[in-house]
Design a protein. Structure first.
Length: 261
């Protein structure tokens, strides 16, 4: 009898390292509370047995990622080496950071780059004019995709049926009184954004902030990120986003397309 060929899913299941997965989950749980956390709190947050969480913590402590006295545990700055490795190795950041710098200088506003991670967007690069206080969205900041201009710009890559299902399945909690949460209305908005080539969100993600985004496509047309610019509603009207910011964003996204693989 011929030997059955192992499927790719079987190989992935065999290669899965449960202890590593648990350790990474435990690291992520530190962000659920401010300040040091107890062993019991971390075990509960990671849904791990207390003894397992304890072994993981001491392993992470030995690697320099966690500090603790046996009762209270905290992350160390060494954790940032993981984020730094991503940023150094990301082609998107390497190619688009100079572009963000030029756009921010030209518009005298902050410009950011985001990618889609599940149902959220993650900001991975930004640039601010030298004169401006560097406030706003920090690198690594996460927001729901459904109510952000970068999120809607990237969700537009899905076909209509997949997009409708994705929006319906998402957690859609209102972040402001202006946040649209109805999946049918959101579907209509993302489809309209896809048709016009940009997304504009007015006070849906933050109470006094509006932003405009365009998708960033790689050489074959696949959307891999989005670039945006935004401003306080009292300072920049919606029409100015379209007339002054949109051309800069479109030009920048198109300029890097051939460089992204």
């Amino acid at each position: 009898m011929p030997k059955l060929k192992r499927s790719e899913s079987d190989e992935r299941a065999t290669d899965f390292v449960e202890s590593l997965d648990r350790g990474l989950r435990l690291l992520q749980c530190f962000g659920t509370a401010a300040g040091p956390m107890t062993l019991s709190d971390l075990a509960r947050a990671a849904e791990l047995p207390r003894a397992t969480a304890r072994r993981m913590l001491f392993t992470l402590q030995r690697g320099g990622f966690v500090s603790g006295d046996g009762k209270l545990f905290s992350l160390t700055p060494h954790v940032l080496t993981l984020a730094a490795s991503y940023l150094r190795s990301s082609q998107l950041v390497t190619v688009l950071q100079p572009v963000l710098d030029r756009v921010a200088t030209a518009a005298n506003e902050i410009s950011s780059l985001a990618v889609l991670d599940g149902d959220e967007v993650v900001f991975i690069a930004r640039s601010s004019p030298a004169r401006m206080f560097s406030g706003g969205l920090d690198i690594g900041y996460r927001l729901p995709a459904f109510c952000t201009s970068v999120g809607r710009a990237m969700l537009g890559q899905l076909d209509d049926a997949e997009l409708a299902a994705r929006l319906k399945a998402m957690t859609r909690e209102a972040l402001t009184p202006h946040t649209e949460t109805d999946p049918k209305a959101l579907l209509a908005r993302v489809l309209a954004d896809r048709a016009q080539g940009y997304a504009l969100v007015d006070r849906e993600a933050e109470p006094h902030f509006r932003s405009i985004s365009v998708p960033v496509r790689r050489y074959d047309g696949v959307i891999v990120a989005a670039v945006n610019m935004g401003a306080h509603v009292d300072r920049v009207p919606e029409q100015e986003l379209i007339e002054r910011f949109l051309p800069l964003l479109r030009q920048s996204a198109e300029a890097v397309r051939s460089q992204l693989l």
